[in-house]
Design a protein around this ligand. Structure first.
Ligand code: NZQ
Ligand code: ZN
Length: 388
């Protein structure tokens, strides 16, 4: 068991009618607030008006950056950082899903430097400081509301790159499950696959030393499997939305790692799909994950699949290990493609074999992905081929 430090100082307001605390929390950081959001869902659901009302009560000055797109672009980051500098913004308020929150993190960091924020990704420029960030989460998926990461796309260079820094952690996050009632069944499904993947990237690991965390991860995976179809059929089911929302945060806030340092596998592969084809992150993960599991299954890894199959999908524990393993991959595929109704092949979503070489090359830019199984460029191409 490796030593580790767990330090995630994000204050969370969970539940309905918590926005009455928004003005008080923002005021701790100053008067000038930059509100960031996406394509307008926050206006449709009435959240925008509520936020403006709360800010007015505390005499806060409001500035805005809207139009942050899914797979958020570096252009939004540049624009936001410019506003922060010109207007001397004190605190950022990100309202949306992972895309808005991720972009806001780099706006907050970009506001504190003199160079182009793309240097954070292309040159690995240090992230030493950021303006304070408060978030209101509207989609359960990425976990950006409680983690130190963020992923930004550059369409010009066809890159999608993520980084981590403790300076990017939000100070406060508001998690009200009722604001996710309007999330479409498709985005609900993609969000849940993303959460599932955040857990599986850690869970599928041959270090067998943290029983407590394995049980915790199995509980979260069962939660996703139980509540996602309910949220898709009954979008205003509070219990389902609440369970998914809290899982979003805990799947990726670092708690489940428990000192395990294994690299993630599906995420670097998926980021290349999104970078090239601008597809939804969760959809890309749904396509890749069952094939990655199939590719990594052998006598040395089978016991983890057995544990997953028995504990998460309730497969008969008396069957042979390999049989359970194969059945667990089948069950996961059925969950993604039948229950959640996501497209099941690259062909269906327009991903073409002629791009496999370059996407695989970029996915393992350090030579290999050192994850559950070490994956070379050729391995990644084989996994892509299994997705066709
Ligand atoms: O733009 P608006 O109008 O807000 O609409 C959004 C967007 O079209 C809509 N939406 C959000 N809340 C809604 C809503 N529609 C109706 N009602 C609501 N309440 O949903 C669409 C997708 O939003 P987006 O923010 O893109 O989704 P998600 O939260 O899945 O974020 C995806 C991004 O997060 C990154 C992904 O790579 C991707 O770029 N990730 C960030 C991570 C992190 N920070 O640690 C880790 C993840 O692995 C992931 O890579
Ligand atoms: Zn993800």
């Amino acid at each position: 068991m490796n030593n580790f430090v767990y330090d995630v100082p994000v204050k969370v307001y969970f539940g309905e009618n918590q926005l009455s605390n928004l003005g008080k929390e923002l005021s701790k950081y100053g008067k000038k607030v930059l509100l960031t959001y996406g394509g307008g869902s926050i206006k449709k659901i009435g959240l925008y008006d509520k936020i403006v009302g709360e800010l007015e009560k505390f005499g806060l000055e409001l500035f805005e950056l809207s139009g942050i797109e899914p797979n958020p672009r570096i252009e939004s980051v540049r624009e936001g950082a410019k506003i922060c500098k010109e207007q001397n913004i004190d605190v950022l308020l990100a309202v949306g899903g992972g895309s808005t929150i991720d972009a806001t993190k780099y706006i907050a960091a970009g506001a504190c430097v003199d160079f182009d924020p793309w240097d954070f990704f292309s040159k690995w420029a240090p992230i030493e400081k950021a303006l304070p960030i408060v978030t209101i989460l509207t989609l359960s998926a990425a976990g950006s509301e409680m983690d130190s990461g963020g992923v930004i796309s550059n369409l010009e260079t066809q890159d999608k790159i993520g980084r981590l820094s403790p300076h990017l952690l939000p100070k406060v996050s508001f998690l009200d499950p009722t604001v996710t009632y309007t999330v479409s069944p498709y985005q609900t499904a993609c969000g849940s696959v993303d959460m599932m993947s955040h857990i599986m990237e850690v869970y599928f690991n041959m270090e067998k030393d943290f029983y407590m965390l394995d049980c915790f991860m199995e509980g979260m995976m069962k939660t996703i499997i139980k509540y996602t179809p309910i949220a898709m059929k009954e979008p205003e089911n509070y219990e389902a939305r609440a369970n998914l929302m809290w899982t979003s945060s805990w799947a990726i806030n670092g708690f489940v790692n428990g000192g395990k340092n294994q690299e993630w596998s599906c995420h670097p592969m998926e980021h290349e799909l999104s970078a090239k084809y601008d597809i939804t992150h969760g959809l890309g993960l749904a396509l890749l994950t069952p094939r990655w599991l199939e590719y990594c299954l052998d006598e040395t890894t089978v016991s983890k699949y057995y544990q997953f199959g028995v504990n998460v999908f309730d497969i008969d524990k008396n069957l042979g290990q390999m049989e359970v393993a194969k059945e667990s991959i089948k069950k996961l595929s059925e969950f993604f493609f039948d229950t959640l109704g996501l497209d099941s092949t690259f062909t269906k979503v327009g991903i073409k074999p002629e791009d496999f070489q370059i996407m695989a090359q970029k996915a393992c830019s350090n030579g290999t992905i050192n994850g559950f199984k070490t994956l070379s460029k050729d391995d990644i191409i084989k996994i892509f081929e299994m997705c066709l």
